[in-house]
Design a protein around this ligand. Structure first.
Ligand code: FE2
Length: 343
């Protein structure tokens, strides 16, 4: 059994690494699944999603655009076993966040904070991160879903990277990077205060940890409002991560969500390019996002466990209505060019 925190058992690591990398290179079509009814996904469709999640920690769902509504997004999450939502700032009462470029005039202020102060609610580029890196250790975000109602007029492309691939690339570079990033004080997010009121206390914790037997990553590439452990090993590990994000063999997926499409993921690393909406008065980019404190469990009928150390399923017969894995025109690994950091 492979333990990501055990840097001495090289044999177990190499076995797990070989099984993981057997699915790469892979393009976005490899993780795409068609869902006939987002509100009521079939067992075959759910198995197909979980197979992709087992291999890549994410899947791209293609649903009917009219099905993408908060109820539909929550329904497919429940069907995937995601029960415990993360009620974050600006999410609605069902924990669904409406991701759009907020303006001062339609900014629904909450708790003394304004959406326009937060990059996800602007049209600016969003740097690499996992969701909820500022959550308490016991409240980590283990999965999220993100569905598109309307794309931007231009831009708004997501890049997505499986943290298990990030772990492999870093460990191959130097196991000392993993050692530095598993330190319990590796990354501090200072308290969020406004008008002398503490909206969120400071959070400190590791970048890599193991939660319920699975590798978990907590990361933000932002340059402000983060405090990294001040030593040479951590600085080298951060530099290696920066290099990873522009590396061709990082196996990053790039995709601009179109209406009806959505990503479901075990909180993979992601970023977003800047975007432009049409002039005021026209409907702009709108995505629905839900964060969960559960992860998408991928143990399905006939399959062995998929936690680190256990092999993923090598082959499945595709149920009817589910797209075969192919490498189409978009089935190429693309090189990510770093975007402007969000400061
Ligand atoms: Fe995010």
């Amino acid at each position: 059994m492979f333990d990501p925190m055990d840097l001495d058992d090289q044999d177990a690591y190499l076995r797990w690494r070989r099984l993981k990398l057997a699915h790469y290179p892979a393009g976005i079509e490899r993780i795409r699944i068609e869902i006939d009814d987002l509100h009521h996904p079939t067992a075959a469709e759910l198995d197909a999603i979980k197979t992709r999640v087992a291999r890549f920690n994410m899947a791209l769902i293609q649903a009917r655009p009219e099905d993408v509504c908060p109820a539909g997004v929550l329904a497919v999450g429940r069907a995937l076993g995601l029960q415990r939502t993360d009620a974050n700032l600006f999410a609605d009462t069902r924990a669904v966040s409406h991701i759009e470029a907020a303006t001062a005039t339609r900014d629904n202020a909450g708790g003394g904070a304004r959406r326009t102060d937060f990059i996800p609610y602007t049209n600016r580029p969003l740097s690499w991160h996992t969701d909820g890196y500022y959550n308490a250790p016991e409240d980590q975000v283990e999965a999220w879903t993100l569905f598109c109602v309307r794309p931007a007029h231009r831009g708004g492309v997501n890049a997505l990277l499986d943290p298990e691939i990030a772990y492999i690339r870093l460990r191959d570079d130097s196991p000392r990077h993993i050692e530095a990033l598993t330190h319990p004080r590796a990354l501090l997010i200072p308290a969020h205060t406004q008008a002398e009121e503490t909206l969120r206390p400071a959070r400190i914790g590791p970048v890599f940890s193991v939660r319920r037997g699975h590798l978990h990553m907590r990361y933000s590439a932002r340059g402000k409002h983060v405090v990294w452990r001040d030593n040479a090993a951590t600085a080298l590990a951060r530099k290696a991560l920066d290099q990873l994000f522009s590396s061709a063999d990082a196996f990053t997926f790039h995709h601009r969500l179109e209406p009806g499409e959505g990503i479901v993921s075990n909180n993979v690393l992601h970023n977003r390019s800047g975007f432009e909406d049409l002039p005021a008065g026209r409907s702009g980019r709108l995505l629905y996002r839900v964060r969960y404190r559960d992860r998408i469990e991928t143990k399905i009928a006939g399959e062995r466990p998929t936690s680190p150390g256990a092999p993923t399923m090598e082959h499945r017969t595709q149920p009817s209505g589910v797209q075969e894995e192919t490498s189409g025109p978009r089935g190429q690994v693309q090189i990510h060019h770093p975007i402007e950091r969000n400061g």
